[in-house]
Write a protein that binds this ligand. Structure first.
Ligand SMILES: [Zn+2]
Ligand SMILES: [Zn+2]
Length: 232
């Protein structure tokens, strides 16, 4: 079965995202845009995943539970799980590795935790767009060991992309690499290449997505489906 997936979407919890990005809005917009499976990937925090989980269940939307972790080198990496508990545990661990610098909402934007009904029930206190103290080389095996899919974000983007920040893309067992522009053939021959929306605003949902052939949306099934994207 061919499916359209978008595994890079920020909710209002990310300070750089629109406050309109509630789990309910994200799911409704993605459904309307014909996306079959989505992941919520806020910066280094998973506090909006419980509401996202409930909205997806109610709407019959396939989903993964994720976050976009930031490494000590300021490289972004999508960490995706098919199990809410595992994602929450991993998210708490990543959050604990952020520096003890509190968000200044007037400067960086609010970081609200919301319910399924878009009610604000709290705020993430630490500034989520900071880098953690975990290096890129440490993070990749941590995601895989925790049972997640590991996809370096926008590797070809100067801001927070692996190639610019590390000087090269290390030869590590990523499940895929996310690109926004053209991709060099050495990369497309080595790893599955995916494109996701990196939505921060409702209008950006589905602006990029990837089509895969998969029977289900579990981590093992997706890993297999990604392998079929590698250029032969
Ligand atoms: Zn990013
Ligand atoms: Zn992002």
């Amino acid at each position: 079965m061919k499916s359209r997936i978008d595994f890079h979407i920020h909710s209002c919890l990310s300070p750089c995202a629109s406050l309109e990005m509630s789990p309910r809005t994200i799911v409704a917009r993605s459904k309307a845009a014909g996306i079959d499976c989505i992941a919520l990937t806020d910066h280094s925090c998973t506090k909006n995943l419980p509401a996202f989980h409930e909205v997806c269940a109610e709407a019959g939307m396939n989903c993964l539970y994720g976050l976009e972790a930031s490494t000590a080198e300021d490289v972004h990496v999508l960490c995706l799980f098919d199990n809410l508990r595992r994602a929450l545990d991993f998210g708490e661990m990543i959050y604990s590795h952020l520096p003890r610098l509190l968000n200044v909402p007037e400067r960086f934007g609010d970081q609200p935790v919301v319910t399924v009904d878009d009610e604000i029930v709290g705020f993430a206190e630490k500034l989520l767009i900071n880098g953690t103290d975990i290096s890129f080389f440490e993070l990749i095996p941590m995601v895989l060991d925790a049972g997640g899919l590991c996809i370096p974000s926008h590797i070809d983007r100067p801001m927070c992309g692996a190639i610019e920040h590390l000087g090269f893309l290390p030869d590590l067992p990523y499940d895929a690499v996310e690109v926004v522009g053209e991709v060099a053939s050495e990369i497309a021959w080595r790893w599955p290449v995916v494109r996701f929306s990196d939505s921060h605003h409702p209008d950006q949902i589905a602006r990029r997505f990837t089509e895969i052939e998969t029977e289900s949306f579990t981590v093992p099934a997706l890993r297999e489906a990604f392998q079929r994207l590698i250029l032969k």
